[in-house]
Design a protein around this ligand. Structure first.
Ligand SMILES: Cc1cc2nc3c(=O)[nH]c(=O)nc-3n(C[C@H](O)[C@H](O)[C@H](O)COP(=O)(O)O)c2cc1C
Length: 166
């Protein structure tokens, strides 16, 4: 298998309201994450398995930022519910619970892992951010910044996802 995964359903576009997670992202990890409601998580295509992904994200009709996200059960915290947690690679002054978050998921980084310390989890997420940064600087990824999905976010609000190409 080489560890290389391909996903016929990527790129995958989705949008939903940001809800409160357990609040550990900012406090314990120093890495704030935006959580999606169950309806968005349940709509994920089946081949988008648990793991860490990268892509672009937009709050409301604001600027589009690089993002890295975790899809799954967070084994480190023994979550019983599947979640989609997005870390936008940008420093925000306040949190955005209740705002609309639009995403395009472009690629896969690694499987979910059960780390034996918080330090190792944080280190892995820091590496994920570096990988995402690098991948998203490439031309094929940057093309998505011009996608209609990010140009007309208002009125497109839905908890559904779609996949398409440019
Ligand atoms: C890029 C990224 C990668 C992550 N990778 C893992 C992982 O491999 N294993 C894990 O248990 N949790 C992982 N997490 C999830 C964190 O444990 C999670 O964000 C944290 O529990 C905060 O959750 P909360 O917002 O619900 O409090 C990852 C999160 C992000 C943003």
């Amino acid at each position: 298998m080489n560890g290389i995964k391909t996903f016929s359903s990527l790129p995958y576009f989705c949008r939903g309201t940001v809800i409160k997670g357990f609040g550990r992202g900012s406090k314990e990890l120093g890495i704030p994450t935006a959580n999606f409601p169950e309806s968005v998580v349940d709509n994920l295509p089946h081949d988008v398995s648990a793991g860490v992904y990268y892509g672009w994200g937009q709050i409301g009709s604001g600027p589009v930022h690089k993002m890295v996200m975790s899809i799954g059960w967070n084994p480190y915290y023994n979550n019983t519910k599947k979640s989609m947690e997005t870390h936008l690679i940008h420093k925000f002054d306040k949190d955005f619970y209740g705002s609309e978050l639009g995403l395009v998921i472009l690629g896969y980084i690694r499987p979910e892992t059960n780390f034996d310390s918080l330090e190792k989890l944080v280190k892995a997420i820091r590496t994920d951010i570096e990988i995402a940064n690098h991948k998203l600087n490439q031309e094929d990824a940057r093309e998505f910044l011009l996608h209609d999905f990010f140009k007309h976010p208002v009125g497109q609000s839905s908890t559904n996802g779609t996949h398409s190409s440019l």
